[in-house]
Design a protein around this ligand. Sequence first.
Ligand code: NDP
Length: 445
Amino acid sequence: MSNYTQRVYDSLAARVPWEKEFLQAVHEVFSSIQPAVDANPAIEQYSILERMIEPERQINFRVSWVDDAGQVQVNRGFRVEFNSAIGPYKGGLRFHKSVNASILKFLGFEQVYKNALTGLWMGGGKGGSDFDPHGKSEGEVMRFCQAFMSELFRHIGPNTDVPAGDIGVGGREVGFLFGQYKRLVNEFTGVLTGKGLDFGGSLARTEATGYGLCYYTQEVLRVLMNDSFEGKIVSVSGSGNVSIFATEKAQSMGATVRVMSDSSGYIYDPDGIDLALVKKIKLVDRARISVYVDSRPNAKFVAGKRVWEVPCDIALPCATQNEISADDAQDLIKNGVKMVAEGANMPTTPEAIEAFRAAGVLYCPGKASNAGGVAVSGLEMSQDSLRLQWTFEEVDQRLQNIMTKIVSDSLAAANKHGLGNDLMNGANLAGFERVAGAMIAQGVI
Ligand code: NDP
């Protein structure tokens, strides 16, 4: 980092030393962008970095709701409207007990540059609640979503801020949130993405993050290694939306996936994951991944461990932030991993990234490799504006084009700044330059 970049980072670290995840995300981007900052004096002149690390607006609110026993429960709700330089704030809602301001600021900050990489008109934001959906009845989830939207609705809109899903928020929750928004505002608009297909949703949105991750990975394999998924052993962590559809696409591209997980441990199936069974367990029964072994006699469940101890060629972390530690990275390297492509947001710790890069493992940063979800959310916004629904094939083709272009744009940015085929720095530079350019053009706001 140069004097300017370091100074801005240090002042942030002194101001919010407790916001560890947010500082980690800012540090990662700032460590990449020096060539762009050096090349454009307007960035320092107009205090672009200082403005980029400050959300344009941050909303905290109380969410009171009634559980099945008639007891009033209280949770914290958040929306971080980070940057609208290139479009309405766009980014998911996360319902998880770990949610706090630091996690949402890291996610919102990442989202700004990820959305820029898609080439669509979307700014960045993120929101959510410390509500824990595990073990809640459908009625409780619905009442929580309605209470959450009863405050959020006044801050969002189809041209202002368009939330979507994330951990703990899937199609069911988006449906409840959308219904409450419509009731309060008395308008049917594309205010949320990831909606049901009968009320403004896009075909291929459910699959988009996982499929997009595989399109990106396949393109990197083709361009940089003259290779493909065919015949590869792939490890996938998590068993939620991103994991399920990454597994589906990797399998269809000829890879073998033997492991998946949730927060209780991982399953290992030597015959390859039976994805129809995982979908039933996770999407229909909403049960724990451990029950998989009840139907698959050759499979085993390993409690309290991560999938990274199992040898693989390609690792696709698709669960949560910082899920690959330095020790996990050493296990993967020792077992011969060739590539790590992030489906989750910031799943690899800085120490693990260092270890991968030092060992020559191809590391693909989430803000590029998992951008397929928000890309198709952007396409859902386009379809809502047109009042039209495109076919699955049309959306899927556009998704493939966007993911392929993210690879070429990242490589072009890295090459332009003399960094060779560095996908991490290239992605950060490409996203940063687009947002910085728009901020400079729009004046001091
Ligand atoms: P889901 O809620 O559908 O699934 C999350 C999965 O990760 C579950 O299997 C969950 O297990 C596991 N998990 C969550 N927290 C932890 C933890 N602390 N330790 C171990 N496992 C954990 O979420 P998504 O699939 O939508 O999101 C997964 C990741 O992908 C997140 O990082 C998200 O930000 C990112 N992402 C998602 C996009 C999307 O379109 N959905 C778009 C881009 C990125 P359990 O049920 O036990 O908690």
